[in-house]
Design a protein around this ligand. Structure first.
Ligand SMILES: C[S@@+](CC[C@H](N)C(=O)[O-])C[C@H]1O[C@@H](n2cnc3c(N)ncnc32)[C@H](O)[C@@H]1O
Length: 447
């Protein structure tokens, strides 16, 4: 048995990047992952994990630097666990992400012959997040808003995150200062949710708390009087501070939602609704979906994993009918409401699992000309892929936030008679490792 390399300080050449933004190299033939190291670099790292098939190292020193390495501007970089790629110039981040997608499609999906477009980046890749959830804790006797360190519950106090809109940062600072004026509140407020609409500027504030606290009404009153754009303040009750969101929400001030607009569609967003984090890039993403769907006005479209119906409504005006399927009931209610306020009648939203509801549509004889799927990170259920293969739509459009599961699913669709034609990555989350893709998939001619 080889001696353990744990705690050893070793030099390593970085030759690649993982999907989590970690540099990859080899030590004695064994793969080593080094967060914050970039391809083309030689680094000194301290081994913090020595497992059977891989090592993980902490970056100690960059011996030979990638020319595109920069000094990140953020004060808490490396602590909050948020920006895994801020140490690379933005153009380099984009190049690396395009390569990651290509690599996954070839290596995992065994795919070739597709047209890979350069990733669509942002002109100004800062202040893009329209939603944030701050953790609340006490530091040196004062209540602070911030983020947890990666894989820990240690609070990193910080409200000036540059990925956040400045208006949101200002409200967060005021909330922090108002909470400090109330005794005994720290144990009750677990988190603060803030959302802001890009188009209307409207903001929503949510206190996520473990118990009722009447003082929040006073804070809500002060804030809504101070900020004219703050349109909604709610309180959500969780059983314990690690529960992300509880079933009971009460309105403290204003109305229950804010509105956002993508192109000519208006969306109502309440505290619990799913909505894309980057509104500007969401518009670009949905336009690509529309373009890749090639709908001309007479098609039956299925939008599987439809959330609050954002894509369904985007496609409805150019389709005969759109069927949206989503497992979260509240999101389906929002989707129906969104259809109503936009006066769109040719959509039907179904609450349930895509793998089951799509089978029910087949049983009813409702077959799609085009299928759009936008699954969570784990990708499509195998029965959803089966439904695509069995119903034989001319085209499918796959929207993915995980290149690895995307590649796995595309391999199945390719074996089932489909061809991956075009791959368009979109940078929805600059400075992080996340990458979104829209894929144009066509039924092979011989079928
Ligand atoms: C990445 S989001 C896409 C939302 C939407 N297309 C959008 O752009 O706003 C994935 C959605 O799939 C839903 N979901 C997860 N598993 C599901 C399943 N088995 N069947 C239907 N929907 C599911 C989630 O609740 C979530 O709303």
């Amino acid at each position: 048995m080889k001696d353990s390399l744990l705690d050893k300080k070793l030099e390593v050449e970085i030759t690649g990047l993982t999907h989590e933004g970690k540099g990859v190299g080899r030590i004695d033939g064994k793969v080593v992952f080094v967060p914050k190291a970039l391809p083309g670099e030689k680094v000194l790292c301290k081994v913090i994990k020595d497992r059977k098939s891989f090592l993980e190292g902490d970056l100690l020193e960059v011996i030979k630097s990638n020319p595109k390495r920069i000094k990140p501007g953020c004060e808490v970089i490396g602590d909050c666990g948020g920006c895994q790629l801020q140490h690379a110039q933005y153009q380099e981040q984009l190049r690396l992400k395009t390569n990651l997608v290509d690599d996954a499609l070839q290596r995992i999906g065994n795919l070739s012959g597709y047209e890979l477009q350069d990733i669509i980046g942002m002109e100004r890749p800062w202040g893009y997040r329209n939603k944030v959830v701050f953790q609340v804790g006490k530091v040196n006797g004062r209540i602070k808003l911030g983020f947890f360190k990666q894989k820990s519950k240690e609070l990193v106090p910080y409200t000036k995150c540059a990925l956040l809109d400045e208006n949101v940062q200002k409200v967060a600072e005021d909330v922090e200062s108002l909470l400090n004026k109330i005794d005994q509140i720290d144990a009750k407020v677990a988190r603060i949710l803030l959302r802001r609409s890009l188009k209307s500027g409207e903001m929503l504030l949510g206190f996520i708390t473990t118990t009722a606290t009447p003082n929040l009404n006073d804070i809500a009153k002060k804030l809504i009087e101070k900020y004219s754009d703050l349109k909604s303040i709610v309180q959500n009750f969780v059983d314990n501070s690690s529960e992300p969101w509880g079933s009971k929400t009460v309105l403290l001030a204003g109305r229950e939602y804010i509105t956002e607009q993508l192109k000519d569609i208006t969306y109502r967003i309440s505290a619990a609704s799913f909505f894309q984090i980057n509104s500007l890039q969401a518009e670009t993403l949905y336009e690509k979906v529309l373009q890749f769907s090639e709908i001309k006005g007479n098609e039956i479209v299925w939008d599987l994993y439809c959330g609050t119906g954002s894509i369904s409504l985007f496609l409805a005006k150019d389709s005969r009918h759109v069927y949206g399927i989503e497992s979260v009931k509240k999101a389906v209610e929002d989707a129906k409401e969104n259809a109503k306020i936009n006066d769109i009648a040719n959509v039907t939203f179904l609450a349930g699992k895509a793998e089951r509801e799509s089978m029910k549509l087949i049983d009813k004889g409702i077959r799609p000309d085009v299928i759009v799927v936008d699954p969570p990170r784990k990708g499509c259920h195998k029965d959803v892929l089966r439904a695509i293969i069995e119903t034989l739509p001319q085209r499918a459009v796959y929207v993915s936030c995980n290149p690895a599961t995307l590649a796995r699913d595309l391999k199945i669709l390719t074996a089932g008679g489909y061809q991956v034609q075009e791959v368009q990555p979109v940078d929805m989350f600059p400075h992080t490792y996340h990458v979104e893709c829209v894929i144009r998939i066509q039924r092979k001619k011989c079928l």
